[in-house]
Design a protein around this ligand. Structure first.
Ligand code: GAP
Length: 453
């Protein structure tokens, strides 16, 4: 996809209510976006697909929903306070601030000047205060990743569920990073959601589990409509690994601006549980961890065969929701020529489509048609497959165009014949084929279309 298609996609996102710039009426906020009526459905559907695959359909994963405000102690021992920084350089001439790795041949990317400051570390975490007095003792961070509270709740989850290694804890939710250079639409933003699984395994089995999760995550993205040819598997070089990682494989997606990270799968070894545990010297911890003087809880487990206590290793597949939404929209966006006119279609996988079916009375203010349409809408809505919409615009051509553009797989039209023959016209988004279906059979048709899970 070229730059043009990317502009068209961004325009469609605004026009059809997928994604807006935040605080737009006050000039907008850089790196912050709002998901509109269609965007919130798409985003929730993608998250739901992840949750189903990673939690519900497995027998070895539990879910979690932890707080976003995080104690500085958590982010001290996680290493974020020390390492979650980007080196920044200011141009003394034009005052532009850039990341050190974004200089062009050692010069300011805006004005080309080489009159620059030395690089200075800039911590990416947002700080705030808890309670009425804003002093040093009340400060907290907005979490920069969802992962950390999974580690700090490790014992709570084990104690409340009886889980034994290998098992995982999954969490989806907001993360915050004060990115210096947000941009590329929703690719790099300052407030975003992550879908993270921390999967705990016995040391020695970690490499097999790592390979297992890389494959499982590629398969999952393909199920969301990502073309395998648009995914690249990139093994991070050893000298470029995060402080916690023994190995990291990134899944790169061919975004409009090029191949970039969609999801990372890391072997975090025993770094995090080892960092957060009380009595670290009771265990053989292989990662390099900070001495912990504050934790109240031991995070090791017992090997039931050898009776030895050890700190489990952790394999972490971590995906960004915004990047996922961007990727599935990019895959789905098509323009085609129909009878000399351009038809824009979002060929989203049906389980991701914001609207599962649009029910359209042929004439707007005809009570009989509208009541029958409402009746059918309510019946389908109760089947629990997602949002069904009553489309009461009165213009069938416009309605089809709108639903093609938001990716609605099925349009159901109620016309005057329907009132007598109890049949409706069902139009398929992709083929544009129309067929007559008896209203008694509609529920079956709809349920078969969307499947069991
Ligand atoms: N817990 C590991 C972790 O947070 P990461 O590579 O920093 O690792 C994981 O982030 C994923 O979160 C990335 O692959 C990306 O999809 C998403 N992500 C990270 N920073 C982002 C940002 N500023 N905007 C949007 N998504 C982001």
């Amino acid at each position: 996809m070229g730059v043009d298609k990317s502009d068209d996609l961004v325009a469609l996102c605004k026009r059809r209510g997928f994604i807006f710039q935040s605080d737009e009426i006050y000039g907008g906020q850089k790196g912050l976006y709002t998901f509109g009526p269609m965007g919130v459905e798409l985003k929730n559907n993608l998250k739901q697909a992840w949750w189903k695959s990673v939690v519900w359909q497995r027998d070895d994963v539990e879910g979690l929903d932890a707080s976003l405000l995080t104690s500085p102690k958590v982010l001290k021992y996680s290493g974020h306070e020390d390492t979650f920084t980007d080196p920044l350089i200011d141009c003394k001439d034009c005052k532009t601030r850039s990341r050190a790795d974004q200089l062009i041949d050692g010069a300011c990317p805006k004005c080309g000047s080489k009159n620059l400051t030395e690089p200075r570390p800039f911590n990416l975490m947002f700080k705030t205060n808890i309670g009425p007095v804003a002093d040093g003792s009340s400060f907290a961070y907005l979490r920069p990743e969802t992962a950390q509270q999974i580690f700090t709740n490790f014992k709570n989850v084990i104690d409340s569920t009886g889980r034994a290694v290998p098992f995982g804890i999954g969490q989806m939710g907001k993360s915050f990073r004060n990115e210096i250079t947000p941009g590329k639409f929703i690719f790099r933003v300052r407030e975003f959601e992550q879908m993270e699984l921390e999967f705990f395994v016995k040391p020695g089995t970690d490499e097999d589990w790592f390979n297992y999760w890389v494959k499982a995550r590629i398969d999952w993205w393909i199920e969301q409509g990502i073309n395998r040819d648009n995914l690249e598997v990139f093994e991070a070089p050893k000298n470029d690994l995060s402080h916690y990682s023994k190995a990291t494989t990134d899944l790169l997606y061919k975004f409009p601006h090029g191949f970039e990270e969609l999801e990372g799968i890391a072997n975090r070894q025993d770094f995090d549980l080892g960092s957060h545990t009380k009595n670290q010297s009771d265990y053989k911890i292989s990662a390099k961890v900070m001495k912990n003087k504050d934790s109240t809880t031991k995070l090791g487990v017992q090997d039931l065969e050898t009776k030895q206590f050890y700190v489990p290793y952790c394999i972490e597949p971590s995906a960004g929701v915004e990047r996922g939404v961007f990727a599935v929209l990019n895959e789905a966006y098509h323009e085609e020529d129909v009878d000399g006119k351009t038809r824009i279609v979002l060929g989203l996988k049906p389980h991701l489509a914001p609207i599962k079916a649009a029910v359209i009375p042929l004439k707007r203010n005809n009570d009989n048609l509208v009541n029958e349409a409402k009746n059918i809408k309510n019946i389908l809505q109760k089947l629990g497959k997602g949002r069904v919409m009553l489309e009461n615009s009165g213009n069938i051509g416009k309605s089809y165009r709108r639903h093609d553009e938001i990716g609605t797989p099925i349009c159901i039209t109620i016309d005057f014949d329907s009132l007598d023959d109890h049949a409706v016209t069902v139009r398929d988004r992709d083929t544009m084929e129309q067929k007559r279906i008896n209203t008694d059979e509609l529920v079956n048709y709809y349920q078969e279309y969307y499947g069991k899970e």
